[in-house]
Design a protein around this ligand. Structure first.
Ligand code: SF4
Ligand code: SF4
Length: 425
């Protein structure tokens, strides 16, 4: 880290000992998994820097923004519309949910059989280890799966500023009306928090910033169709993960700059893995920082990941918001239209997701799909079976993996992944 940030962390109320331990594990894991890769694009240097400063410089930037009167809003889900937050010059950040932390304490508040993602959110709060959570002026929870919506009742006791957004579970006219009503309520809450009234110009600007970020991600994902693939799945995942933390304009520039380099690599037929390396599409639960376990296993077992059907991936970034309309009301409708297409497994029925996975497998020329389900995540584990059936009907080999954030099952997972890669070869 470029500076000593201990004073800042202390002011945020972090437990410095626990936080040091976290940073050490994060740094070692990053070195072993990321820096150990060969032939990485030079453009990844920016993302390595962002990761090295994820609790340092980026938090300092947020503190500076707050000192200048701007607000920080934390979220756990891609249903929270960043366009609305940006329209008030506030910053939306993803909150840490990718590692186990303070598990014993968490299990005094939540049942053991709760998914690792929810436990992680609680662990970072109870363990006082997440500077994003502590900097947030508002934390948005969303009524998606049962685990999340019930856990927010308890989380509400731990933080002073939880805002819960209700979400539809069915893609119906009534479901869309609920989403619209909730987004209008959220807009009001953000306006109240920031003291900024959102007019059409502000909303258009918010939409433009977020659309540009998504367009850059689309450009990056499109380049992964090439063989050899110019960037590893681990690195592409990292860029997606960082999109939830970084300044969106700087992020967009950095991704586009790296894409220029990747285009040159493709022209020269340069890749991170040799041509004809088995290509894998990952589908399922989101992978937040620092959840790199399964991609690391796959890419050290002789395959390359060419796409993520995930909220930290194409499910989260795939559609743009129409910014061609003129009034706040029309632009809000456009935002609702955009988010109502997100095909999270909390929706029932959810045929769009099945079609999208098949389409992605074809688009990225995947030789097989690995479905990643977090243990105790009912929506994704239940949906894994129809996903597998839909893919196998199209002769796309599929492997279902259920796991959590611990490293205990690495050996066993590696054996299964290696056998799957042998099969698809
Ligand atoms: S998987 Fe569903 S609940 Fe989770 S972040 Fe995505 S949309 Fe939200
Ligand atoms: S991983 Fe599954 S159970 Fe966990 S929060 Fe997401 S949808 Fe809910």
């Amino acid at each position: 880290m470029s500076e000593d940030y201990r004073g800042m962390w202390e002011n945020l109320g972090l437990d410095l000992v626990a936080h040091d331990a976290l940073l050490e594990v994060l740094g070692t894991g990053y070195g072993d998994i990321y820096l150990a890769q060969n032939d990485r694009p030079e453009g990844m240097g920016y993302f390595d820097f962002v990761m090295s400063e994820v609790h340092g410089l980026r938090i300092k930037e947020l503190m500076d923004e707050k000192a200048a009167g701007r607000k920080v809003i934390g979220s756990f889900c891609v249903f929270v519309p960043e366009e609305i937050v940006r329209a008030t010059d506030a910053t939306l950040v993803g909150l840490c949910t990718g590692a186990d932390f303070a598990t014993d304490e968490v299990e005094t508040l939540l049942p053991r059989n709760t998914c690792a993602l929810i436990k992680s959110a609680f662990g970072f709060k109870l363990g006082k280890a997440c500077p994003y959570l502590e900097s947030a002026d508002m934390i948005v929870g969303e009524n998606t799966c049962d685990g999340k919506k019930k856990s927010y009742e308890i989380f509400n006791e731990l933080v002073p500023n939880l805002y819960v957004m209700d979400l539809p579970q069915v893609k119906s006219v009534e479901g869309r009306a609920l989403l619209k009503a909730e987004y209008l309520r959220f807009k009001e809450a953000v306006e109240q928090l920031t003291g900024v009234t959102i007019d059409a110009e502000r909303l258009k600007s918010g939409i433009e910033i977020v659309n540009n970020k998504r367009k850059a991600i689309h450009r990056l994902t499109g380049l992964r169709k090439a063989d050899p693939v110019p960037i590893s799945g681990l690195d592409a995942l990292l860029a997606n993960q960082i999109s939830f933390y970084d300044d969106p304009v700087r992020f967009t520039e950095s991704v586009n700059k790296m894409c220029d380099e990747l285009e040159q690599r493709i022209e020269k037929k340069e890749g991170v893995f040799s041509e004809k390396t088995p290509r894998i599409l990952i589908s399922g639960c989101p992978m937040a920082v620092p959840n790199w376990k399964l991609p690391w296993i796959i890419e050290t077992s002789g395959a390359v990941i060419v796409g993520e059907e995930s909220c930290v991936g194409e499910r989260g970034a795939r559609n743009l918001t129409d910014d061609s309309r003129d009034t706040v009301e029309e632009l809000m409708e456009a935002i609702v239209d955009r988010y109502f297409q997100v095909d999270c497994a909390i929706f029932t029925p959810n045929p769009d997701r099945l079609e999208h996975i098949v389409e992605m497998a074809r688009h990225y020329k995947a030789d097989g799909v690995i479905h990643y389900g977090l243990q105790f995540c009912q929506p994704y584990l239940m949906e894994a079976m129809p996903v597998e059936k839909a893919l196998e009907e199209k002769n796309i080999p599929t492997l279902r993996i259920d796991t959590d954030y611990s490293m205990e099952d690495v050996g066993q997972l590696k054996t299964r992944v290696e056998a799957f890669i042998e099969l698809i070869k």
